[in-house]
Design a protein around this ligand. Structure first.
Ligand SMILES: Cc1ncc(COP(=O)(O)O)c(C=O)c1O
Length: 348
């Protein structure tokens, strides 16, 4: 992982050297000297945020973040030829790992990356990694890359694909406050790329930065036909004035594991008569802005109420009742749902 102290040291050295012409780059004389430098950064960190990591290029789990490095000639690093996915760890259970793994392998196949291991081995590595981390609440992130080899465009010189994973200690809780959103001016990705979770998130990053600069939490993408798409790393859902839960179709956006689970769970509110229907549909900006309630849906949220869009209130401008009912359904599922959804982590 990045070593910021060496950069700042060099910066001050270069300032001392005036125009920088006399600046001498340090040459590490040995790998143990470098390792010492890498450890410097982490020695001042109070709580290690990455309790366990895995790299197939190392061939195992490591507990020292200073040495979790990725080869610079990895096709994912210099060409963006990689895919990723996540899952959350809550109360010692991995939530929806199988749904995320299925999407991960679909993304890999669309990116023409073949996994170095079969699905069962990938799953087992992730479960063992979570156990080694001792983390009870956090996120698990993992990547499949075309792998290291050379710096060419073709991955032909990358003999073995690579699998990397990190457990991140994270304290998330149910979101109860509403947030503001804006319409993104950053063009959204073409469907071929938006439907697979590949590492090319530059449009997503820029659209998030745009929202933050405008005092909003995130932005909403609208597709070329004028239909609502998604947020930069979240899906979006609406309740219309006929008490229907509406989500954009997944044909041009990422099919969210949380959004799909929400569609299943929401049928409970239909049975109770609180919702009339639940469906995926094309929604115009006008229909969406005129909704009674609006929310983001995604893994760590799991539901985040939206109360204003482009400075216009959504509904009455307050956190929606049905939004919170849906949030409760998902949160209960994460905390105490069926074991097919929640894999117990076998901590030792
Ligand atoms: C672009 C995008 N859309 C939607 C989502 C929500 O998906 P999930 O519910 O699986 O986290 C994500 C996050 O993974 C994302 O990156």
């Amino acid at each position: 992982m990045e070593n910021s102290s060496s950069y700042s040291d060099q910066k001050s050295d270069s300032l001392e050297a005036g125009n920088g012409s006399g600046f001498k780059v340090h040459v590490f004389s040995s790998s143990s000297e470098l390792l010492e430098k890498l450890h410097e950064k982490w020695s001042s960190v109070k709580k290690q945020p990455y309790p366990a990591m895995y790299s197939s290029t190392f061939g195992g789990i490591i507990l020292d973040p200073a040495i979790m490095v990725i080869p610079i000639d990895d096709h994912m690093v210099h060409r963006g030829h990689g895919v990723f996915d996540t899952a959350i760890i809550l109360n010692g259970y991995l939530y929806e790992l199988d749904a995320h793994l299925d999407r991960f392998l679909r993304s890999a196949s669309n990116a023409r990356i073949s996994s170095p291991f079969p699905r069962s081995a990938l799953r087992s590595i992730l479960v063992q990694l979570s156990a080694a981390s001792q983390c009870k609440k956090g996120t698990l992130r993992y990547w499949l890359s075309a792998g290291p080899g050379d710096f060419l465009l073709s991955p032909a010189g990358c003999p073995t694909s690579a699998f990397y994973a990190v457990v991140i200690d994270d304290d998330f809780s149910q979101c109860k406050e509403g947030v503001k959103v804006v319409t993104s001016t950053v063009p959204m990705k073409a469907p071929q790329f938006a439907t697979m979770k590949n590492v090319n998130y530059l449009p997503n990053v820029l659209s998030k930065m745009e929202a933050e600069e405008k005092g909003a939490f995130a932005s909403i993408w609208v597709d070329e036909e004028g239909y609502i798409a998604e947020g930069p790393n979240v899906n979006v859902a609406f309740i219309n004035h006929d008490q229907e839960l509406l989500l954009p179709l997944f044909d041009k956006i990422l099919s969210g594991c949380t959004a799909k689970r929400l569609l299943e769970l929401a049928s409970k509110l239909v049975q109770q008569g609180r919702l009339k229907a639940v469906r995926n549909t094309n929604l115009t900006v006008e229909e969406a802005k005129g909704a009674a309630e609006m929310m983001f849906v995604g893994s760590t949220l799991p539901v985040l109420p939206i109360i204003s869009w482009d400075e216009q209130p959504i509904g009455d401008g307050k956190v929606g009742e049905l939004t919170m009912a849906l949030s409760d359904l998902l949160w209960d599922d994460m905390v105490a749902g069926p074991e097919v959804q929640r894999i117990p982590v076998p901590y030792v």
